[in-house]
Write a protein that binds this ligand. Structure first.
Ligand code: MN
Ligand code: MN
Length: 457
């Protein structure tokens, strides 16, 4: 008899020893990736190196493209588009999966270095939606670049090696926290309190600041004014690890949205040959609204598609619009997993549970679906069909209870171009915190789901 009820069962129940081995091996590599790629620049570099290893070429170095060719475009070292050309005309539609590779963090201000209360510190400006109190009293690392007026680029990473020094943001001792306790949690730590402690030894002139600048200058050959043209990001210094006695979960920084970037990259590299042209997007700036020339709203993606049309001799007026209207896309971004401690923000019939499979969000948005990209039922059915015929476990859910808040992804930007888009990713607990939690089962089912989507004709 057909099962007429939608009984939700943990994905682990169907996992045999061989499959569990596959899942755990896949996630060991994912954990290594998380530890190597904490910023968008590091992730873009990693993605391009994997693409090159697998035969992808820089599209700017190729004049003609035909079926089976693999190309990528690296946009300002921060976002990447990649494609494998299929047999069909591009205007018949593309299979696209788009994730983002930026994560919430603290950026150094343009004038970061100062001395106060006999200590040296860096001023920061937070990037993306963070709960500020989560960033105090944890080990922090600095990753990024300083670019000098002559174009010299200095790469800086401090705090990742076991014997590296680290940084931290201090907090009031409980003994003196009476006033702080009275504040609302969102105000207890202010943005201007997020100052990174970086030194304490004064030089002969009694200046700690100057002593620190001397250390920086000697090591990196940069001066204080060079911070004007720098992008230095403060991220947690601790490593991603297995979580739980059963090692069924991954804890680590930046899983929103590196988990979908990693799984969709692996899916692209492993996808079987297809009639459709397949595209991977790894976008920057999602956490601050997808703006700017490395964000999804920029025209750079249109340029990439136009280059594909040009170099396959398929371009003509309106070809790009026709291509978009016939395309299908998974917006590969994380969802909210139900937190056992804070179940009151989830509506239990429509929330995700970690370990229950890749998550589909028909819509996102807030307050009456405002700002949502609401996938058409026909397209949700198509994706269900792809997943069901490939035995991929999925759950369809919402972020949380109505009117408690909301969120969005890059989905609406591509839907605006005319394609069918559905949000599809891994549920996360403690999203946007320095230590996000995911289930290895969901990570693997995202990989399998993305691969099946790429292989759909
Ligand atoms: Mn995200
Ligand atoms: Mn996010």
């Amino acid at each position: 008899m057909e099962n007429i009820l939608n009984n939700k069962i943990s994905g682990w129940k169907d996992v045999n020893d061989a499959k569990k081995d596959d899942i755990f091996k896949f996630c060991n590599s994912y954990i290594d990736f998380l530890n190597d790629c904490k910023t968008e620049r590091e992730t873009a570099k990693y993605i391009v190196s994997k693409l090159k290893e697998n035969g992808f070429k820089n599209i700017n170095e190729i004049d003609n493209l035909s079926s089976g060719d693999k190309v990528y475009m690296l946009n300002r070292d921060k976002s990447v588009y990649a494609s494998i050309i299929g047999k069909d005309d591009l205007t018949k539609g593309l299979n696209i999966i788009g994730s983002h590779i930026d994560s919430p963090r603290l950026d150094l201000k343009p004038n970061p270095l100062y001395e106060d209360a006999k200590l040296a510190l860096f001023k920061t400006h937070y990037y993306g939606g963070i709960k500020k109190y989560q960033w105090t009293t944890i080990p922090l690392a600095i990753h990024g670049v300083v670019v000098k007026p002559d174009g010299t680029k200095v790469n800086i990473t401090i705090g990742e090696e076991d014997d590296d020094t680290v940084f931290t943001i201090t907090d009031i001792l409980p003994h003196l926290a009476e006033e702080q306790y009275e504040k609302k949690i969102g105000k207890a730590i202010e943005g201007e309190d997020l100052n990174l402690l970086i030194g304490s030894i004064p030089n002969s002139e009694n200046s700690v600041k100057e002593n620190i600048m001397k250390i920086i200058n000697e090591k990196y050959d940069v001066t204080e004014i060079d911070f004007y043209s720098s992008e230095l990001e403060v991220v947690p210094a601790f490593k991603a690890k297995n979580l739980g006695l059963d090692k069924s979960m991954v804890a680590g920084y930046g899983q929103d949205d590196k988990v979908c970037a990693y799984t969709s990259l692996k899916a692209l590299l492993d996808a079987k040959e297809n009639n459709k042209t397949i595209i991977s997007i790894f976008a920057d700036k999602e956490e601050i609204g997808s703006v700017g020339n490395t964000g999804m709203c920029s025209q750079m993606f249109d340029l990439f598609i136009n280059e594909l049309l040009n170099k396959t001799n398929q371009n003509s007026p309106g070809a790009i619009n026709k291509t978009y209207c016939n395309s299908i896309m998974l917006s590969a971004d994380v969802g909210a997993g139900t937190d056992p401690n804070y179940q009151s923000v989830s509506e239990k019939n429509n929330s995700s549970y970690i370990g229950y499979g890749v998550e589909l969000n028909k819509y996102t948005g807030s307050r009456g679906k405002s700002g949502a990209s609401d996938a058409n039922a026909e397209f949700v059915a198509k994706v269900r069909n792809i997943f069901e015929k490939n035995n991929i476990k999925y759950q369809v859910s919402e972020l949380g209870k109505v009117d408690l808040g909301g969120g969005g992804t890059i989905a609406y930007i591509l839907a605006d171009k005319g394609m069918d888009v559905l949000d599809c990713g891994v549920p996360v607990i403690s999203m946007h915190s320095p230590y996000e939690v995911t289930s290895k089962y969901d990570i693997y089912s995202a990989y399998e789901g993305y691969k099946a989507f790429f292989e759909e004709n």
